[in-house]
Design a protein around this ligand. Structure first.
Ligand code: UD1
Ligand code: CA
Length: 459
């Protein structure tokens, strides 16, 4: 079986945060979740996450039944370090398992690289395989020390290395694959006799080497993948790298962006071909945008499904579904729970909440549509308000097909407007309107003759 132990118990003190480091988000997803997702895609069957700091927060944020969480005890009476962290999950490992070890703070790692390392490990029948990288500046990393033959001898940490060792540019990414039995046995032999007084997972390498086991190193193709986040500056850099990776993907898939640097697309978003994203578009969560859509700037779409050939301009759309050939905005706000049909127009300063809005219906300007059920071919005039709240509870407004609601009307819910009915402009409707009727509710207009002159107000 392929298992993974993900190390996420470090304090992450340089983040200066109340939240565990691995919960900080990269393009809308916690770093740890990125690593978990990549492990799953790479074909890992069992994932064990070692947690420490604020473990309850962590467990509730990563709500995934299939993950096994293990808490690393922290305190003066316990050792510290990556080796001690791995020990917390070792009883979940069988001798014949392959164990992938990954850090929870390297969210840019790709499933392809994890899979390559696992394949490399199997093909070479290694006891341990290290994903390495050759970097310009190796400061801070563990260095890969090779014998003259090229065979890996050990990993030396920054604080423990001599001048010669510290010159080495090949570094440990912190990602390994071990044979289960070899890992278990060698963990028993590591000690904290080093500059940081920690149990290092990296020491397993020299233990295995001394036993004559075969160790290998595979150089990662793209160094960005092993980028580890320890500070907010690095978190920001990581977001930039991931943003570019995501945007490049969608550009390759046939989505146009006028200015990709300014477009923010979170990792789980999907976008159809020939859709055009203008500058400053934000697409978040599980949003799916169809084909041939145009999304203009200053638009934020969260957890929503947009059909094909739909246009959105300068609007906010949350947890809603929108059909095809529909136009939203500028300056519309769709709050959660809407289902908007095809060929619809939701225009300037229109707010929708928890409403169904049928095909071919229009609300062109300045309306509030809350808890509504609007049929097909309905026209909602300018300034119409669905008065859905009586101070205690929310009620429904139902408008059936082909009806017309005149401008500046209030529909006091619960109320139903039947099919083909009209509401005259300026009416406050409190009782149901029958099919085919015109409901008019306003005082009869009268004029006071010559009022201006009598009042001495004429100019
Ligand atoms: C580690 C490696 C180093 C490698 C580098 C890559 C060791 C000794 N060193 O160094 O060779 O080049 O990663 O980024 O392994 N963690 C725990 N419990 C602990 C300590 C750490 O779970 O007691 C976790 C952290 O949350 C983190 C990971 O282990 O996710 C790595 O720990 P970190 O302290 O960042 O190790 P480095 O010093 O960067
Ligand atoms: Ca690190």
């Amino acid at each position: 079986m392929n298992c993974a132990i993900i190390l996420a118990a470090g304090e992450g003190s340089r983040m200066k945060s109340k939240m565990p480091k691995v919960l900080h988000e990269v393009m809308g997803k916690p770093m740890l979740q990125h690593v978990i997702d990549q492990c799953k895609i790479a074909g890992v069957d069992k994932i064990i996450v070692i947690i420490g700091h604020e473990s309850d927060k962590l467990k509730s944020k990563i709500s995934d039944e299939s993950i096994i969480f293990r808490e690393q005890p922290v305190g003066d009476e316990y050792p510290y370090g990556t080796g001690f962290a791995v020990m917390q999950g070792i009883d979940e490992i069988d001798d014949n398992d392959n164990v992938l070890i990954v850090c929870g703070d390297t969210p840019l790692i790709r499933n392809e690289s994890l899979e390559s390392l696992m394949n490399y490990h199997d093909e070479n029948k290694n006891s341990g395989s290290i994903l390495t990288a050759v970097v310009e500046n190796s400061f801070g990393y563990g260095r890969i020390i090779r014998e003259e033959s090229g065979q890996i001898e050990k990993i030396v940490e920054q604080k423990d290395g001599n001048a010669e060792e510290l010159k080495v540019k090949e570094i440990n990414s912190g990602i390994f694959v071990f044979n289960g039995e070899a890992l278990k046995q060698s963990l028993k032999e590591i000690n904290s006799d080093n500059a940081q007084n920690e149990l290092y997972i990296t020491d397993v390498i020299s233990v295995l080497k001394d036993k004559g086991k075969s160790i290998g190193g595979l150089v990662v193709e793209d160094n960005d993948e092993i980028f580890g986040v320890n500070s907010r500056v690095q978190l920001a850099q990581c977001n930039e790298l991931m943003k570019k990776r995501i945007n490049d993907h969608w550009l390759t898939e046939g989505v146009s962006m006028i200015s990709p640097d300014t477009v923010y697309i979170e990792s789980d978003v999907k976008i159809g071909r020939d859709t055009i994203l203008y500058p400053n578009v934000i697409l978040q969560g599980g949003t799916e945008v169809g084909e041939e859509c145009i999304i203009y700037g200053q638009t934020r779409i969260i957890d929503s499904i947009i059909g094909d050939n739909t246009t959105v301009e300068s609007s906010v759309i949350e947890e809603s579904q929108i059909g095809n050939n529909t136009s939203v905005g500028p300056f519309a706000h769709l709050r959660p729970g809407n289902k908007v049909g095809n060929d619809v127009k939701i225009g300037n300063f229109v707010e929708l909440k928890n409403s169904i809005f049928g095909n071919n219906s229009k609300a062109g300007h300045l309306a509030y549509i809350g808890d509504g059920e609007v049929g097909n071919n309905v026209n909602i005039g300018c300034g119409v308000i669905f008065a859905n709240y009586d101070g205690k509870a929310k009620h429904k407004t139902i408008i059936k097909d082909n009806s017309f609601i005149g401008s500046n009307s209030n529909l006091v819910a619960p109320v139903t407007i039947e099919e083909n009915a009209y509401v005259a402009a300026g009416s406050t409707i409190t009782t149901d309107v029958k099919s085919g009727d015109l409901a008019i509710e306003r005082a009869k207009q009268r004029s006071i003759e010559n009022w201006v002159v009598k009042r001495g107000l004429n100019k």
